[in-house]
Structures are given as structure tokens and as C-alpha cells.
Ligand binder design. Structure first.
Ligand SMILES: [Zn+2]
Length: 416
């Protein structure tokens, strides 16, 4: 019988905690944990208990985020902040966000167990809301952490008609104080986030860990194609200006352009035929285009080419095309210095180093506005699926993530 490696033993304990935490769910049938629900508050109390057990002092901020602090050798030192979110999407996976809270707690517990203090403080932040499933927010908790709360959100209501303020008061939080104590960036040494990859790159290459180079930026457009509606039986093919046939070519143009370049993704997620009927030639079609890349220049070039292709298709088919942009975020590059430090830490525990961009958004995007930020990706099982109950991580990989982060915490020094 083989005995488990050190990494596996740590990993098994991490997965057991993820399992235990997932029981705090809004639904008895599947794992859903939305901001300030009773299950969400129970999860916060559990995280707080684990943080205390690991030797941290713990506070809860105005948005309900749980913040554990492990002092450095000299009290009041700048903090290396590490964490992720403990809310989930509806019917989500148990490791999204959670792994990035449990792994650093385990690292601090290890330091605490040895009585070891680092030159800097470590703060583990369990962000209360990142997915925004309840009030359709984005990065609510990390924004509040930095004092960047959007007051307009107080007007929002959830699907049950509960207002944002009522939800806060019911959880014992004060809506007027949600971002009243912003974190002074001068007290932050850096931010590092451990997260499951939520994609198949590491899995396909047989690698447990990855260093994130950038978090992708993206744009969303709504495109409208106007042709001419007509009788499906009487208008000869040569005379048609079919908006849907043109749109179909445009959808394929998005796919072809995105496929042609690594690190670029393009998606048409919605397509609508106005007054669509089986015996009418489509006169107007609208669809969405979502284009993302870790490099803004790559995305912008792709956008220009895709829209030029739309114009060419429209001209050839005698239809009109117009587009309106309704969402845009720039890519967030991760700190090159911290990337190298993470790469060195991964290599030091005997793992190959793979650098990759993150296609999904993370709290690190917000934290990067205030301090140096970096991310460590952990391989996802089950084809790389996430935001889904099938999401998995192996004990071995979770343990390796803890070993790599532990190494990183020790090697870290604030930027000169
Ligand atoms: Zn996440």
C-alpha cells in the first residue's frame, strides 16, 4: 500500500473542507450560494472559524467579506493579500472561488503551526460576492473592499423583490457603511489569487498549475442586419435580400477569425429574427458578438477585421449592417514580477511552469487597480468545466497549489 504524498494529504483535507462548505447552500438539491442568503452567512461563519483556527485575527467588512490577518514579524506591516470569493452562480461548482480561500488558509495554518512569521503580514480575504447572482452586480465585494461601491446599486431588488438595503439589514450589515472603510492601498503589499482554471488548457497539457499572464478584456456588440422581408414562395432567389442568410455568414466570420489566433475567442450567443415566420424571408435580424483576449491589441485588431467582414458580406448581399457596443473592458495584465515569483515557486516544488491568460473575470481585476496582482491557476478536471456541478479538482492538484502558494508567500517581498 502506498502512503499519500504530503501534497495529497493536504489536498484531501482541502477537498473535505470544500465539500463541507458546499453544504451551506440556498437550495437543498444543488449548490447555490448567493450574497447574504442564510447559507451565505453560515458559510461566512465557517470560514471565520477556520481562519481563527489557523492563527488569524478575523473581521467582517461592510459587504460581508471575511478578512483574516496573520501578522508579520513586525506588527502592522504591509499585507500580502490573497483570497477569492465564496458566493456561487446558481447550481455551480464547489471549487470556483472557494479553492482560493481554502488554500491560503491552509498555508497560514502551516506557518502558524511552526510559529513562523514572515516579514510581511498575510491577509486572507473571502470576498462575499463576485458572481453577482442575486443583484446582477459584478465584483461587488472586491470593489467595496477598496471603497469603490456604486451607490446606484442600493436601488436594486432581487428576484423575490427584496431590496439591496433590506438584504443587507437582514444580514446585520449597514447599507450606509458598505464601503465606509476603504482599504488604504498603501497598506497593501500585493494581491495574489488562487483559482481553478475554469477551462481545459492545463488539463489537456497534463499540467497541475499555471501562472496567469493577464485577465482577458472583452467587448460585446449588438449587431442588426436589415434586408427585405418577402414571400417565401414568390421572391426568386436572385432577388432576395435575406437578413438571416447574411447574419449566418457573419456568425461564421466571427468564428473563423477567432479560430485563426490563439488566445482570442469570439462568440455569437444570441440571434433573433424579427417577426420570424416559416413562410417569410427574414427582413431583420439582430445578434450579439462577444470578443475577448488577454491582449487588447489582438482583440481590437480582430474586432476591426470582423466588422470589415460584416460590411463586405452586407455589400455583397445588398443588406445593411449596423453595430452598437454595449460592454467593454480592457485586459488586466498580471504583474510580471509576481508572475516570475509564482513561476519560480511552481518550479521549486517540481512542477512544470505554464503561463496562460484567463478568459474569465476575477476579483484580481479589481485588486489590480490598487496594487500589484497575480493569479495561480489550478487544473480543472471533467474537461475543464466550471460554473457547473461537474466541476472537479484532484486532491493532488489542490495540495500542489498549497505547496506552490506556500513557497510564494515565503519568497515574496514587497516591490522596492
Ligand atoms: Zn470564481
Amino acid at each position: 500500500m502506498s502512503t499519500p504524498t504530503d501534497a495529497e494529504a493536504t489536498g484531501l483535507a482541502l477537498l473535505a473542507r470544500a465539500e463541507a462548505l458546499a453544504r451551506h447552500s440556498d437550495s437543498p438539491d444543488h449548490y447555490t450560494r448567493t450574497w447574504l442568503s442564510p447559507a451565505h452567512r453560515e458559510a461566512a461563519r465557517q470560514l471565520e472559524a477556520w481562519m481563527r483556527e489557523a492563527g488569524m485575527s478575523v473581521r467582517t467588512d461592510g459587504a460581508g467579506s471575511v478578512i483574516g490577518r496573520y501578522e508579520g514579524a513586525s506588527p502592522g506591516a504591509k499585507a500580502l493579500v490573497t483570497g477569492s470569493h465564496y458566493d456561487s452562480v446558481r447550481n455551480g461548482g464547489k471549487y470556483d472561488g472557494i479553492l482560493g480561500i481554502l488554500v491560503p488558509i491552509a498555508c497560514v495554518a502551516r506557518l502558524h503551526g511552526r510559529g513562523e512569521r514572515l516579514p510581511h503580514a498575510i491577509e486572507v480575504v473571502a470576498f462575499a460576492d463576485e458572481e453577482g447572482a442575486r443583484f446582477q452586480t459584478s465584483f461587488l465585494a472586491s470593489r467595496a473592499f477598496l471603497g469603490r461601491f456604486d451607490e446606484a446599486l442600493l436601488e436594486r431588488r432581487d428576484a423575490q423583490g427584496v431590496s439591496f438595503g433590506e438584504a443587507m439589514r437582514a444580514a446585520g450589515l449597514d447599507p450606509a457603511a458598505i464601503a465606509a472603510h476603504p482599504r488604504d492601498p498603501a497598506t497593501l503589499a500585493a494581491y495574489v489569487e488562487v483559482h481553478i482554471e475554469q477551462g481545459p488548457v492545463l488539463l489537456d497539457e497534463g499540467l497541475p498549475l499555471g501562472v496567469v499572464t493577464a485577465i482577458a478584456g472583452g467587448t460585446r456588440h449588438r449587431v442588426t442586419v436589415a434586408g427585405a422581408a418577402g414571400h417565401a414562395g414568390t421572391v426568386p432567389m436572385a432577388r432576395r435580400r435575406d437578413a438571416l442568410a447574411a447574419a449566418a455568414e457573419m456568425v461564421l466570420a466571427v468564428e473563423a477569425r477567432a479560430k485563426g489566433q490563439p488566445g482570442l475567442v469570439g462568440t455569437v450567443g444570441m440571434l433573433e429574427v424579427r417577426d420570424g415566420t416559416g413562410n417569410v424571408i427574414p427582413g431583420e435580424v439582430s445578434f450579439t458578438v462577444d470578443i475577448r483576449s488577454g491582449e487588447d491589441a489582438v482583440r481590437e485588431a480582430a474586432e476591426r477585421e470582423v466588422f470589415a467582414a460584416f460590411d463586405a458580406i452586407a455589400a455583397r448581399r445588398g443588406v445593411k449592417v449596423s453595430a452598437a457596443r454595449n460592454h467593454a473592458t480592457r485586459a488586466t495584465p498580471c504583474s510580471p514580477r509576481l508572475q516570475d515569483l509564482l513561476a519560480g515557486s511552481i518550479a521549486a516544488i517540481g512542477c512544470p511552469v505554464r503561463r496562460l491568460a484567463s478568459g474569465a473575470g476575477h476579483d484580481a481585476m479589481v485588486m489590480a487597480e490598487a496594487t500589484e496582482a497575480a493569479m495561480l491557476f489550478v487544473r480543472c478536471g471533467a474537461g475543464g468545466v466550471s460554473h457547473n456541478p461537474a466541476e472537479t479538482v484532484t486532491a493532488e492538484d489542490a495540495g500542489l497549489a498549497a505547496a506552490a502558494l506556500g513557497e510564494f508567500l515565503r519568497r515574496f517581498a514587497p516591490a522596492a
